[in-house]
Write a protein that binds this ligand. Structure first.
Ligand code: SF4
Ligand code: SF4
Length: 355
């Protein structure tokens, strides 16, 4: 497995890491086998989060006895110091480890949210945990590159988790060069556009050098061919997925600009109908609809089989506001993927309201 240095942490990270969401819906015994297979095949970076249901517990079981060779990353989504402290303790317990290698402030998508997490005890609590030896490094994850740029300029973060894929290469403009300058590691999530490129409709089969190739493979090769990126963490829920994704980390991936252009054109056919989670529309909706939150639930519903959970969360947190959408289209003015947001919200409602 090829390795790259994870910024100032100095850890030599496998270029393909393990994304820990999909094991959530696998029975424990199978999930453990999936994680172990990935490790056996050379993966040494395992990513999970306090909010990913029992993902931490399953990973904890899978890494028993081999923890030392791994870099364990988890996240805290909480907004107060007290909750963050509790979540760190809980993650340590569930993962059954003495120390978390890197803890991320989870999903920060607006400047206001960044301010909040920097000032309201969240970062402070993580630093205290580091001082107490419960955490080694601190990172931040998010979908809005402008916010991540602002975050790493504070000098507080050792790594970021950002989106980058065939339909969204925005990171190359400012964020990734800055990570190089500041020696911050770059972990890429959503390499398959939240799973959509992993389930290719007929129309999106790629041909590379005259060979048919799966969209998942083409997308991962694209991400790995970018030298700014330390590791990519595709979600893997089955041994088959592990055996498809991990071997790509053994071959130095290079892509000709013409090949990239062709793949991007083809990916747009599918990818541009999905939300990238950049958060630009967050402040634009006069009705206060959490547009990306709704679209994320749709992904969980359709791609990860989390039907009951996403329907419940939709009902409790979003349904009332979404019903206020008057199709004013202000959100569409800022959407980089030119989504027809009101139409997509209607589609989400039809699917998520089915309880
Ligand atoms: S179209 Fe709907 S979702 Fe978009 S800004 Fe207007 S009210 Fe909000
Ligand atoms: S709907 Fe568009 S602007 Fe809003 S988060 Fe998704 S991709 Fe970004």
């Amino acid at each position: 497995m090829l390795k790259r240095r994870l910024g100032r942490t100095n850890f030599e990270t496998s270029v393909v890491g393990f994304g820990g969401i999909p094991i959530l819906h696998r029975p424990k015994e199978e999930a453990v086998k999936v994680v172990r297979r990935a490790i056996e095949m050379g993966v040494n970076f395992i990513d999970t989060a306090n909010s990913y249901g029992d993902s931490e517990n399953k990973i904890g079981e899978a890494i028993k006895g081999i923890r030392e060779q791994l870099f364990i990353s988890t996240k805290s989504q909480f907004r107060t110091g007290k909750e963050v402290k509790e979540s760190i303790e809980e993650s340590l317990r569930r993962l059954a480890i003495e120390k978390i290698d890197i803890i991320f402030i989870h999903s920060v998508d607006s400047e206001e949210e960044l301010e909040h997490r920097l000032k309201e005890g969240v970062l402070e609590t993580m630093k205290e945990a580091r001082q107490a030896g419960k955490v080694d490094y601190i990172g931040i994850s998010g979908h809005n590159n402008k916010v991540l740029v602002k975050a790493i300029k504070t000098g507080e973060f050792d790594a970021i988790i950002a989106t980058y894929n065939l339909t969204n290469d925005d990171g190359n403009r400012e964020l990734f060069p800055l990570t190089r300058e500041l020696d911050v590691g770059v972990i890429v999530m959503k390499p398959l556009v939240g799973g959509y490129l992993a389930v290719p409709p007929e129309a999106v089969q790629f041909r590379v050098e005259d060979k048919a190739t799966s969209t998942a493979e083409a997308s991962l090769r694209f991400v790995l061919s970018n030298p700014y990126i330390t590791t990519v963490i595709p979600g893997m829920g089955t041994i088959e997925e592990v055996e498809e994704d991990v071997p790509l980390g053994y071959i130095p991936q290079k892509m000709q600009p013409s090949e990239v252009k062709e793949l991007q054109e083809r990916a747009k056919e599918v990818g541009y109908t999905f939300c990238q989670g950049c958060g630009y529309c967050l402040s634009k909706c006069p009705q206060g609809i959490d547009i990306q939150g709704v679209f994320r639930l749709l992904v969980f519903h359709q791609q990860y089989g989390m039907k009951e959970w996403s329907e419940r969360v939709y009902h409790e947190n979003h349904e009332a506001r979404v019903s206020l959408c008057d199709e004013c289209q202000s959100c569409m003015e800022v959407c980089p993927t030119q989504l027809d947001i009101p139409a997509k919200l209607r589609e989400a409602t039809a699917i998520l309201e089915s309880r």
